[in-house]
Design a protein around this ligand. Structure first.
Ligand code: LER
Ligand code: MN
Length: 278
């Protein structure tokens, strides 16, 4: 079987408003930690492609024999307030420009881009929300078309109702991805959000077959697998059934401490991979 599943762990240079990032600190230190723990890849949470040049990241990747699985783009919204649904055109254009800049960086690093918070929030007014959906669609198409020739995938993440009000479920995200209709526009699924929103995590995985190369694989309480009540064996069998190939990534709370969490997650991922690739 040619399919392969890799492990990844989220890292950011500075703690910010988004808590579930286990490795926080200079990349020179967090990359070394990830490699020592045995991870294949890093998921970069950064505010701007200018934060640290590609050449510096590349040197760290080679030194530690790591990949970059994805760049998470949420900090653009959390820090800069730009999004695909901002009522001001210049803010939407700024979001597109920033995502395209991230796509260039992702191309150099062989990574995907995660589209979560950068989508912004729909207003309460239904007329405004309908316009925002259309803006989001246009932004996602434009960014997908920019990323496609660079070989970069854009991954739309369904996020639970307490954080976002656009696509909470796999079904809603699949329907939007169908409307975007670009092969490089796919999904990332996060089992923390799925536990809240999906009637059945495994059936929803089945429905996303063929367009989900990436998971945030965390427990029901957003701790590492094993600290909550999610059944990861069952999920591994569902991934095997869809011939999953891609990344299992630890975007999770650093509890009880970041090293215990990181060790427990990679142990769980190895057990899952043994099932997925059996
Ligand atoms: C938000 O809760 C989340 O799961 C992030 O991956 C969004 O980019
Ligand atoms: Mn996530």
């Amino acid at each position: 079987m040619s399919a392969r599943t890799f492990t990844s762990i989220a890292a950011t240079p500075e703690a910010g408003p988004f808590a579930p990032i286990p490795l926080v600190g200079p990349f020179s230190e967090t990359f070394a930690q990830a490699a020592e723990l045995g991870y294949d890849a890093i998921e970069l949470h950064i505010r701007s492609p200018k934060h640290l040049g590609v050449a510096a990241i590349d040197r760290l990747l080679s030194r530690h024999d790591l990949l970059v699985s994805a760049i998470a783009t949420g900090q653009l919204y959390l820090h800069e307030g730009i999004s695909f649904t901002n009522p001001h055109l210049e803010m939407r254009r700024a979001a597109i420009a920033a995502i395209n800049e991230f796509s260039r960086m992702a191309a150099d690093l062989g990574a995907s881009l995660i589209l979560g918070y950068i989508r912004g929030k729909f207003g309460d007014d239904s007329e405004l929300a309908a316009r925002q959906r259309q803006w989001m669609l246009e932004c996602c198409r434009e960014c997908s078309d920019f990323a496609a020739p660079l070989g970069v995938k854009l991954l739309l993440e369904p996020i639970n109702r307490y954080e976002m009000n656009d696509f909470n479920t796999v079904a809603a995200a699949l329907s939007f991805a169908g409307a975007i209709d670009r092969p490089n526009f796919q999904l990332i699924l996060d089992t923390f959000h799925m536990n809240i929103e999906e009637p059945s995590i495994t059936s929803s995985i089945g429905k996303a077959a063929g367009c989900v190369p990436y998971f945030h694989m965390v427990d029901s309480n957003r701790w590492a697998p094993g600290f909550g009540h999610t059944d990861f064996r069952e999920i591994a069998h569902a991934l095997r059934a869809i011939e999953f190939s891609g990344f299992l990534a630890a975007e999770m709370l650093p509890h009880p401490d970041h090293l215990t969490a990181a060790r427990q997650a990679i142990e769980a991922y190895r057990e899952m991979i043994a099932i997925i690739e059996a």
